[in-house]
Ligand binder design. Sequence first.
Ligand SMILES: Cc1cc2nc3c(=O)[nH]c(=O)nc-3n(C[C@H](O)[C@H](O)[C@H](O)COP(=O)(O)OP(=O)(O)OC[C@H]3O[C@@H](n4cnc5c(N)ncnc54)[C@H](O)[C@@H]3O)c2cc1C
Length: 375
Amino acid sequence: MSKDQKIAIIGGGITGASIAYHLASTKSLNISVLDADVARGATRVAAGMLAPVAEAVYGEERLLDTMLGAARYWGELAEKLRDDFGLDVGLRNTGSLLIGATPNDTVEINRAKSFYDRLGLACTYLSKSELDSIEPTLSPMISGGIFTEIDNQVDNRKAHIALIEASKRLGVDFVTHDATQINRIGDSFEISLEDETCIKADKIVLAFGVTKDAIKGVPDFIYDSLRPVRGEVIRIRTNKFTPAPERIVRYLVEGRSGYIVPRLDGEIVIGATQEEKGFDASTKVRSTYELLRDALRVIPALGEMEIAEINVGFRPATNDNFPILGQVEQDLFCALGSFRHGILLSSIIGRGIAEMISGPTTSIELGLFTPNRLR
Ligand SMILES: Cc1cc2nc3c(=O)[nH]c(=O)nc-3n(C[C@H](O)[C@H](O)[C@H](O)COP(=O)(O)OP(=O)(O)OC[C@H]3O[C@@H](n4cnc5c(N)ncnc54)[C@H](O)[C@@H]3O)c2cc1C
């Protein structure tokens, strides 16, 4: 493929940014990312967990190998962004605890461990004294749990910015307008932008997450397959007087699941609701209260910290909850529907879609997630 080939990526969240970075670092191409506001999507709201174990659920096993591959590849990607560009993605490899607040919750956690064992995902039981020694901030009421070193985190905001910055340094053009329409004209495309200008492209990648406003010319089945799954998270900040947790703590409190994700820079993300309520972006008193109440049952010291932000985002989910990755039509590709795993998967999706576009071979098997299954 020659430098004259123009690729337009519609959407500059972490998925679009990762595709841009991987395309620009492997081939000398003319790449544009179109997005009025790259900080508007789910990427900025997410907690940044790379969690193939805790996110493994019955019926979604076919995503597991891709999730494990994506988690491993984040290590390599983080190193490359640091060594080549001096950029930090906030990768923190301190593993994750999964704990139950009540005896019934602990039974559920133990049941989950049997499922993880069946999938061959390494995790170990911890007694109360082992838990206390590795995570002394936990409430004394927590009687045991499991630990996995597979599930870790990046700082999703830093990782997103790093991928954009690296892409820019490799020559990718970021155009701050949304796409409103795509038209196929002969062998190429014309993309109309919201400011009523047009740009031409030989290939298009759709990476717009999930939105209320459809882009004309995108096949209907793509929009028919997507739905927003609302999520609310709270960001708090540690202070020098209060001990902060060292690792991700995922929990059940009377059957309600939640997580606490501590960053190296003192930010802690508490999440998350998961609601099928369309595009309601308001923050709700009840969900904020419930998130904080459950988190404080698990780590009481969080109560002394300062609330920094309350965020709402929309996970881009599909009808079968699996991502849509690959060629939709000749020269039209999509990378949509990463649902609860979009930060994790963005590493491998970026590489896989870039290889698919620049060819001739791909090192990552994305065939399971072909758009054709949803037609
Ligand atoms: C509360 C919450 C917690 C989460 N926690 C995690 C987690 O811990 N780990 C994990 O792996 N995942 C997590 N996720 C999921 C993850 O955030 C998403 O899957 C991921 O961010 C999707 O990235 P994206 O780039 O595909 O979409 P987005 O981040 O939504 O980006 C889409 C971009 O497309 C742009 N766009 C939209 N329409 C147009 C248009 N017409 N033209 C041009 N651009 C357009 C938008 O401006 C936006 O910048 C979480 C999500 C939520 C809501």
